[in-house]
Design a protein around this ligand. Structure first.
Ligand SMILES: Nc1nc2c(ncn2[C@@H]2O[C@@H]3COP(=O)(O)O[C@H]4[C@@H](O)[C@H](n5cnc6c(=O)[nH]c(N)nc65)O[C@@H]4COP(=O)(O)O[C@H]3[C@H]2O)c(=O)[nH]1
Length: 833
């Protein structure tokens, strides 16, 4: 009771203003309710008395309320929430608002006598009045629920985390571990891991350094440390983990526990290692590789690509890719390539790649598509190979395949192709094609005398001069050796081939300046026309070749146009060549001898050995018909050897019979003279036959001087040193300078018969002869006039101081036996010893 206040007022005020609901209950019904309870239910206070206490609560709680009313000591104790606090009940609200959570307290009150105020008692009886106290617990309930929810959430995180989470004892034994940690370490459950009492510091780490680090961590100040390490799993396998760990200490610094998170990074490390390896591989390949994302930006480029394009990674990465040089391709080329890759997955081809501050280069490029799991294109990968060298090589090979390396003129293959094209065009246009086959006369002499370098130089100069005489549209090619082909297109009527041949002869008749020497090399040219004489490439070339062959052997013509009878003649010549190969072995060659006489016309001063070929089918073939053939084919070397030996043998035989002339002359061809074995051959023959060297006269032609003069002089000096005499045959017909006359150790000049033939009528010939005789006399040479056929000719020559003669007027060349008779019958000066 409050002092100074009436007891009933004091009680009522206290009861009504109490912050809790208070009620007296008898027989489960309210007999009293304070204003606080009315406020809690939200209804009028007057309505409360006589209401069932249970009915004030939510239906689900009513049974529990009844039970509590029946036995408050037991049931209230049972509904006690234990650790989580006293039990709460839901009090219904009259305004239908959410029920209010309340704590309930029931105290049995003794009710001994009517009118007496009830007092609390220790145990309840059926007749007891219960004092029921209701305390609002909504906030507490909600806090509890929030706490529970929060704990559940964190537990969920803990349980479901992909990272392993742990706490250990200060000694390092796990006390808390989530399933992920158990999984990472290969345990079936966190419980198993904890039960294993693994000492993480000593047992788990595979690498002693990581173990050291962890032990150091135990002494640290609680900072979170991160490190990667290899650890042993339960089954002994080793994995890589990354761990964030810290040591938690209390205020005194005593270690409380360790806690941390663990992640299995084995795959990531493997993937990183794979990526590093991949990068290394990409950078070690020669191919340039560039990766482009689907927006066309460069995602990556290897070192080779950077090298070949001259752009470093900074220039390339995340910038629009520029794989090709647009100016060198058709419009939208790159877009077309990528569209092709989108559709087919791959594009392979050649393209021009741009290069920084340099010319674009050709590359072989393959572009592939990279797709994700759904099949969507994510990247393009372009692999590029610089094919500059290959292209250059191909170009070189193509050039080699089509062009002659020496003269850079089209070779046989390209000539034939061009001729084919020319024929097709002529067919369409109704025009003609002219083919000229050109062969250089005595080119071999240049090679033999000056060496191949000089020969090559002449060929190059010839090629240059030939190009100058034809139109751009015409083809000048080198077939082989000293053979050239000229294809004239769109040829009109008339002798166009002849006109070009004239021009060619003109430009080639000028001396070639090679190795400080003036070399001459005239051509023989065969001409043929499409469609007049042949319709195919092969026939045109063959016909032109035949015509050239005839020009070469005609003696007078520098060029000839093909005619059908030439073909037949060529076959004959070819057969002749075949037969000639066997002529020496089959002993079909023989020598005839023509006397050389003195001024009286009778005294034999010598004789010339002239070869004849007794062909089994053709009869006696004169040297004019087969010597050029022999020179051409090289057969002149064995034939020349035989001639020299036979002439000396015969001379010695005559000598044994006491009828030999003072000397015998033997013709030596240029090719034979240039043969490296020639001097030895002469020496051998002289030794072998016992022939006095002074009785042997060798006749060489002026063309010997057209070669290597130094070598020729040396060879002639050697011959002279042997004692052999030397004559220049056919003097006056050659091209060489008269200068050699003073250089060469010559004994005799033989005036060519072409000057003798008309000497009585042709004043020019007479003048030439007079000049030659006077020149020879002044230089101390003997002069022999060849081809003297009449007394008049002889008289004229004699009157011009020429005192040695050879010709039909004295005698035709005679077989050895006939010449023996001739010798016996003629006056002869005493033979030289
Ligand atoms: N019209 C006419 N001709 C006459 C007269 N007197 C002689 N001849 C001919 O004139 C040629 C003279 O020989 P060559 O000028 O050395 O010209 C020779 C010579 O360069 C060459 N030759 C002959 N035998 C040999 C040989 O054994 N070796 C070499 N390398 N060449 C030879 O063949 C050429 C031709 O020889 P052959 O047919 O025997 O012709 C010979 C001879 O028969 C005449 O009064 N009138």
């Amino acid at each position: 009771m409050t002092p100074g206040l009436p007891s009933d007022i004091s009680n009522r005020v206290i009861l009504d203003h109490a912050d809790v609901g208070l009620a007296l209950v008898r027989d489960r019904r309210l007999v009293y309710a304070n204003a606080g309870l009315a406020r809690m239910t939200g209804g009028p206070r007057e309505a409360l008395p006589r209401q069932s206490l249970a009915d004030l609560f939510a239906e689900e709680d009513r049974c529990a309320i009844q039970a509590c009313l029946d036995d408050p000591e037991t049931h209230l104790a049972q509904t006690d929430g234990g650790d989580s606090g006293p039990a709460t009940f839901r009090l219904c609200r009259c305004d239908h608002a959410a029920p209010m959570h309340v704590w309930l307290r029931m105290v049995p009150m003794a009710n001994e006598a009517d009118g007496a105020a009830p007092v609390p008692r220790d145990t309840s009886r059926a007749s007891d009045i219960l004092l029921v106290t209701l305390i609002e617990a909504t906030q507490a309930v909600e806090m509890k629920r929030a706490l529970r929810d929060s704990e559940a959430r964190y537990r969920g995180l803990f349980e479901n985390a992909l990272e392993g989470i742990y706490q250990t004892t200060p000694e390092g034994h796990y006390v808390t571990a989530n399933p992920a940690l158990a999984r990472i370490y290969g345990f079936d459950s966190p419980e198993e891991l904890i039960a294993a009492r693994t000492d993480i510091a000593r047992q788990t780490y595979a690498d002693p350094k990581a173990r050291q680090r962890f032990i150091a961590l135990m002494e640290s100040a609680g900072v979170v440390e991160n490190f990667e390490a290899q650890i042993h799993r339960k089954d002994g396998s080793v994995i890589w983990i990354t761990e964030n760990a810290r040591c938690v200490r209390d205020q005194d610094g005593t270690v409380q526990f360790f806690e941390g998170t663990v992640q299995d990074i084995t795959e990531r490390r493997q993937a990183n290692a794979d990526l590093r390896l991949m990068a290394k591989v990409l950078n070690s390949v020669h191919e340039g590789i560039v990766i482009i994302d689907r927006d066309g930006l460069v995602w990556g480029a290897n070192e080779a690509y950077q090298r070949m394009t001259g752009h470093d990674a900074a220039d390339l990465l995340a910038r629009p890719a520029r794989l090709t040089t647009p100016e060198l391709h058709e419009p939208n080329f790159e877009e077309t390539v990528l569209a092709h890759v989108d559709q087919h997955g791959l594009w392979i081809g050649e393209a021009w790649a741009p290069r920084r501050k340099a010319a674009p280069f050709p590359m072989e490029m393959s572009v592939t598509a990279v797709r994700d799991r759904t099949g969507a294109l994510t990247h393009y990968v372009a692999a590029c190979t610089d094919i500059t060298k290959r292209k250059r090589d191909e170009e070189h090979i193509r050039f080699q395949a089509n062009y002659d390396m020496l003269t850079h003129l089209p070779n046989r293959y390209l000539i034939m192709d061009r001729l084919e094209q020319a024929i097709l065009k002529a067919q369409r246009d109704g025009t003609r094609v002219c083919v000229l086959f050109l062969d250089l006369d005595r080119f071999k002499n240049i090679n033999d005398s000056y060496g191949h370098a000089a020969g090559d130089e002449v060929l190059k100069l010839v090629a240059r001069r030939l190009r100058q005489v034809v139109r751009m549209s015409d083809t000048v090619g080198r077939l082989a050796g000293d053979e050239f082909i000229i294809v004239l297109t769109e040829v009109s009527d008339g002798d166009v081939g002849g006109q070009v041949a004239e021009k060619i002869t003109e430009v080639l008749s000028e001396a070639f300046q090679v190795l400080d020497a003036e070399l001459f090399c005239l051509p023989s040219i065969g001409i043929t026309y499409y469609p007049d004489q042949a319709e195919t490439v092969e026939t045109l070339l063959r016909n032109a070749d035949i015509a050239m062959y005839h020009a070469k052997h005609s003696g007078n013509d520098r060029y000839l146009t093909f005619s059908s009878d030439m073909a037949q003649r060529s076959v004959e010549l070819m057969n002749l060549e075949t037969d000639l190969r066997h002529a020496v072995n089959r002993e079909e060659l023989e020598l005839h001898y023509q006397p050389k006489v003195g001024g009286d016309g009778r005294t034999v001063v010598g004789c010339e050995a002239l070869i004849r070929w007794r062909h089994p089918r053709l009869g006696l073939v004169s040297p004019g018909d087969f010597i050029p053939l022999a020179e051409e084919s090289g057969l002149i070397i064995p034939i020349g050897r035989w001639t020299l030996a036979e002439a000396c043998r015969q001379f010695m035989e005559w000598r044994r019979h006491g009828i030999s002339p003072p000397s015998i002359s033997v013709n030596v061809s240029v090719r034979q003279f240039n043969d490296s074995q020639f001097l030895d051959n002469v020496r051998d023959v002289l030794d072998g036959t016992g022939m006095p060297a002074g009785c042997l006269d060798l006749e060489i032609t002026e063309s010997v001087m057209m070669g290597d003069v130094e070598r020729a002089v040396s060879a002639l000096n050697t011959l002279k040193a042997m004692g052999v005499t030397l004559s220049i045959d056919d003097f006056g017909t050659g091209y060489s300078s008269l200068n050699y006359l003073k250089t060469f150790p010559i004994d005799t000049l033989k005036i060519d018969q072409t000057f003798v033939r008309d000497v009585e009528h042709d004043t020019k010939d007479a003048a030439i002869i007079a000049t030659i005789v006077s020149l020879a006399k002044n230089l101390g040479f003997q002069v022999v006039a060849e081809g003297v056929e009449s007394r008049e000719q002889m008289d004229f020559l004699r009157s011009n101081d020429c005192s040695l003669f050879q010709g039909f007027w004295v005698s035709r060349p005679l077989p050895a036996t006939d010449f023996s008779i001739f010798l016996k019958n003629s006056a002869a000066p005493a033979p030289k010893s």
